[in-house]
Design a protein around this ligand. Sequence first.
Ligand SMILES: Cc1ncc(C[n+]2csc(CCO)c2C)c(N)n1
Length: 229
Amino acid sequence: MSFTQQLRDENQDIFQAIFNHPFVDGIGKKDVPNESIAHYIKADFEYLNAFMRIYGIALSKSNKREDIRFFGEQIQFVLNSESHPHHNFCDYIGVGYEELQGHPLPPTADHYIKHMMYHAQIGSLAETIGALLPCPWTYLEIGYALMNKYKPEKHHPFYPWISFYADERFGKIVMEMRNRLDEFAENTSRDEQKKIKEAFRKSCQLELAFWEMAYTCEDWPMKELVIGR
Ligand SMILES: Cc1ncc(C[n+]2csc(CCO)c2C)c(N)n1
């Protein structure tokens, strides 16, 4: 069994909890509170900015041309394409995208980006990919799970969101990251593999926590003391 298939199997509990989460399942059921969607977009806009910076660190750790190309393309993908599912959510709640930009990250999203940043700053390229991979992988599987369960038609309000992630093109990104991680993991020590596994599982946990953060509109206590960026 490949290293990344092992990662997937070991984290089946979290993947299943993500599919069952009321925000995620609510996308299929057309039943997500508007405030939760707004909270999600505010946090996710800043999350994506951080994600592109971390891809930049992965790029700087790359030795092969092919890896440099891949991470460069992913930065472009996040910049140009990840805004489509955001626009779907904004249109649904009738709020302009600009209004939801530039907000400070709530605690869980703040924790998540700092967790990825930590592994990218102190770890190997493999460890960095381990921390980044749950982001596309959980979304790809959410897309497939919602497609299979709800079989949404074009008029479903979240059809653009669901079909964006349940897409071949998106599956290819996950495969490209998995193939790289499998190749690196083959040539690495048990100790390093353990670090990659820990980074991966924590990112899965933080993906689940991110949905809960959005659903419950989690915010900092004593918020007025938090200084915006
Ligand atoms: C919390 C959170 N997790 C995953 C995604 C989806 N996503 C964002 S960047 C990216 C990688 C593309 O190479 C993917 C899949 C999201 N929007 N928010």
